[in-house]
Structures are given as structure tokens and as C-alpha cells.
Design a protein around this ligand. Sequence first.
Ligand code: NAD
Length: 372
Amino acid sequence: MAANKKLLVLPGDGIGPEVMREVLRVVDWMAKHRAVGFDLQEGLVGGAAFDAHGTPLTDETMADAAAADAVLFGAVGGPQYDSLPFEQKPERGLLQLRKEMDLFANLRPAIVFDAMADSSSLKRDLVAGLDILILRELTGGIYFAQPRGIDEMADGSRKGYDTNLYTTPEIERVGRVAFDLARKRQGRLTSVEKANVMMSGVLWRETMTALHAAEGDGVEMSHMYADNCAMQLVRNPKQFDVIVTDNLFGDILSDCAAMLTGSLGMLPSASLGAIDETTGKRHALYEPVHGSAPDIAGQGLANPLAELLSYTMLLRYSFDMNEDADLIEQAVQNVLNSGIRTADIMQDGMARVSSTVMMDSVLKELNKLAGV
Ligand code: NAD
């Protein structure tokens, strides 16, 4: 039972509110039929918040996010905001949420439902049934560490540089999340770096090895260089269960793994913070990988499944409601097996439907599966 758990819903811009509206129908269904009830609160973020308040994230919404048990996020951005100053751009709202909630662990699953295996750029037998999880460190490493800059040199030419810096506590905290996730899955973890050529990679490998010896019970861990991992992801992706890696390699490898699934409209993600020792709670934000898709906004075309699968991740990772998450994912699988498709995943011989009809179909399947 999840009564009185606080869920902050931030639909955002473009197709964000469209896919969120559809997902809230499932949230409602779960409250009625599975006793998965939340105290729902809705807020503005991104361009919508800028239009109403002149800022992409108000202090009140930030405080609501920090107080919530989980945040379900849509998407932000749009061409009408492109000329705004940097600090007022819609994307700043999302970045501020990630930063202030200290969401250091980014989970990107790459799951290929059987019915979708032909949408991948790889052969069907390589990807059918694929289920891997990439865990990317999100708040450290080369995108944040100092020194970084572009300097002029004595001869008038310039040098640009970044620093890939990790401390042992940063590696350990993401390593612990990786062990937890692996234990809940097949128990296999691949830790990825480039210890052959980078000192930060040497420290990453040494730290993960020591942490595994101390806290890695039940997890079989191996190490892999990032370049090899990129090759293995397209050669034989099913060899992986959970991959943990730094911010830079995670950025690249998770996009590569995502494309194995062939469909942006189906990709969820989660970003988690540390567990607070006094409350036992952890900040968490769940969002589809896609953006606000201004090219199709307002036309009822958006695929709501990435947002729905973000909600199933929320049930799993914030509330341990695995059976409820399984039920929704089974309903999605049945709908896809029956040949129902939104435009972005349309294939020959299938039925093309709107966002709302896609969710009608999921709800019908949920009714069937639950015997309602
Ligand atoms: P996008 O993900 O919005 O769209 C890329 C393409 O995929 C478009 O053709 C779009 O129609 C399609 N698409 C995306 N989601 C879909 C869905 N659910 N169903 C069907 N088709 C879908 O990326 P973009 O076009 O590069 O960016 C558009 C705006 O979104 C920009 O302002 C960008 O800054 C913003 N953005 C926001 C986020 C976020 O909020 N996390 C992420 C990426 C981009």
C-alpha cells in the first residue's frame, strides 16, 4: 500500500502534458483497482513555468519536489523559448531539479518488447527480449570537474580542456546503487571505464573492486573498457544485465543502448539521489528520454508509453511495487502484440492510433489482466 506517498507531477511543455494526461489515467486506475494511491500534486516547469512566473522553476515547485516521495516529469522546451537568456531557458528548470535533488544515479533501461524487435537497427535475434540497464553517474566527472576552460596561449593559439575527476565517495555511492539494482535483477554487473589510459579509470576500477569485496555479496562483477563495451553493445547486447559507468561514458553508451530498441517514444529513465539516513527516503525523478517534440505537439500523435514506463520505474525503484509495475508492463506488451501502434512506431499491417487510443488499449488490457 502506498497511501499518503507524495507524488509531484510536472508535465512541462509540448507533448509533456499530452503524455502525462494519458498516464494519469493509469495512475487513477491503479488507485482504484490496486490500492496504489498517491497524494498527487501538479506543478509547472520549463516554458510553462516561465510563461506563468517568469522562471522555469519557482522556489515553491523546487521545495515541492524536494518534499515529494517521487517526481514524475514530462518534457520541457520549445522553439518559442529558444531566444530566452540561458538562465531562463526551460531546460534550466530540469537541470536545477537534478542538481538540487543531487540525483547522481541515472538509470536508463534498454528493453525490447518482442513485438518491437523489428524496429531495431540490429537483427531481430540479437535484440528480441533484450533487457539491460545502464547506470550512469550523473553529477560528477568531466561535465562538472575543475579546471575546465578555453585559454589563450603565449603563441596566440588557444587550448580547450576539461577534467575527468572522481573521488572514491562518488564512485562508491553509484557503485552501491549498482549492486542494489543487480541484486534485484540477474545479479550480473559490468563496471565500465578506461583504466588502460585514464587515471580516473584506474581509481574507478580499484574502488569498484574494493567495494565489491566489501559489499558486493550476491553480485557477479566484471570490468570492461568503455570502447570494448560500445562494440559489445552492438555485437551481443544480451550478454549484459546491469552496466555501471561514469558520466561521459554513460552519456554515450546509454544513447547507443537506447537505439538498440529503435524507438524514442518508448524509452523511460530514472534519476535517483542518496538515501537520507534519518528519513530513509531518497530523492527520485522519473522522465521519458524524449523531449517536448514541438513538431507533433497538440496533434494527439505522441506515444505515451515512454512516460507510462517511467511511471512503472517509479513504482519499482521508489516504492518496491514490482508486481504492479509488472502488470502495467504486461499490459503494454499485450497491446503491442495486438498490433496497436502510435505513428512513431508504426509498422506495415499494424493499426495506427492516437495517444488517447493507445492508452485506452492499455487500460482495456489492464482490466482484462486484473479481471475487472
Ligand atoms: P525530441 O525528443 O523532442 O524529438 C525528437 C523526434 O522524436 C521528433 O521528431 C519527435 O516528434 C519525436 N518524438 C519524441 N518523442 C516522441 C513521442 N513520445 N512520440 C512520438 N514521437 C516522438 O527532441 P528534439 O526535437 O531534439 O527537442 C525538442 C525540444 O525538446 C527542444 O526544446 C529540446 O531542448 C527539448 N528536450 C527536452 C528534453 C527533456 O525535457 N528532458 C529532452 C530532450 C529535448
